[in-house]
Design a protein around this ligand. Structure first.
Ligand SMILES: Cc1cc2nc3c(=O)[nH]c(=O)nc-3n(C[C@H](O)[C@H](O)[C@H](O)COP(=O)(O)OP(=O)(O)OC[C@H]3O[C@@H](n4cnc5c(N)ncnc54)[C@H](O)[C@@H]3O)c2cc1C
Length: 204
């Protein structure tokens, strides 16, 4: 992962035809570049600043199945995201961890809603589940979250999701991309797109 080597690869091959040029070295760009290079495409990625300088170092740092998509009534999307979460936890155990959450509940309707809803969330993960979801009483909830308003508290619902280091994951993607033969450079801004005589984009 040496910058001089990467620059040399560009300078030595000024007429090289790239199959894929990716603009932006955040999680999306580096993910695409890694996918591309591992499919055998000659791949170049250019980032104008540090890798993960944008949103990819400022996320909530959750590898989640999108628990709120359940409320939107999209269990298939949740299932897909939970599957991806499970794969990421397996593929990158050094960048991820199991995070327990407690949802405080203040009325009986919420006790049932969150206990059933989060159990369903756990079951949708199947074999890749990260831990059992369950109801805990008022005393245990306050012991875990002493800053909660105690008046009217009925208890809490515990569930599990993934947590990750977003910028480290981005750097790991850059490293894997280079290891696989891609050319990945930061501090190079793409200032425009080149078009051929038919008006089709043919370079940057
Ligand atoms: C508040 C918040 C919380 C989030 N929480 C989570 C979460 O918990 N879990 C999760 O998985 N996702 C979360 N996300 C979503 C996730 O962070 C984004 O989906 C992801 O970071 C987007 O990555 P990106 O590569 O598309 O964008 P960016 O990380 O913004 O990367 C774009 C890159 O393109 C570069 N660029 C732009 N123009 C040029 C140019 N002309 N030349 C060269 N480079 C250029 C920029 O410098 C930048 O580095 C959250 C997002 C937000 C905003």
């Amino acid at each position: 992962m040496k910058r001089e080597v990467q620059i040399q690869q560009l300078q030595e091959n000024p007429n090289l035809i790239w199959d894929v040029i990716v603009i932006g070295g955040g999680a999306t760009g580096l993910g695409i570049a890694l996918d591309s290079v591992t499919r055998g495409f000659k791949t170049l990625l250019l980032e104008q600043s540090d890798f993960a300088k944008g949103t990819s170092s400022r996320s909530t740092k959750l590898v989640h199945g999108g628990v709120w998509y359940m409320a939107q009534g999209d269990p298939l999307l949740v299932m897909e995201a939970l599957h991806e979460r499970g794969l990421m936890m397996k593929n990158a155990p050094h960048l991820t961890s199991n995070q327990e959450f407690v949802v405080p509940v203040y009325n009986l309707f919420d006790v049932v809603k969150y206990t059933v809803g989060l159990k369903f969330y756990e079951l949708l993960a199947g074999r890749l589940s990260m831990g059992k979801s369950h109801f805990i009483n008022r005393k245990n909830t306050l012991a875990r979250l002493p800053q909660l308003k105690p008046e009217g508290l009925k208890g809490g619902v515990v569930y599990h999701d993934g947590q990750f280091d977003d910028s480290r994951m981005t750097i790991a993607l850059a490293q894997s991309c280079i290891d696989s033969g891609g050319t990945v450079l930061n501090y190079i801004e793409v200032s425009g797109l080149l078009k051929n005589e038919k008006g089709k984009i043919c370079g940057v």
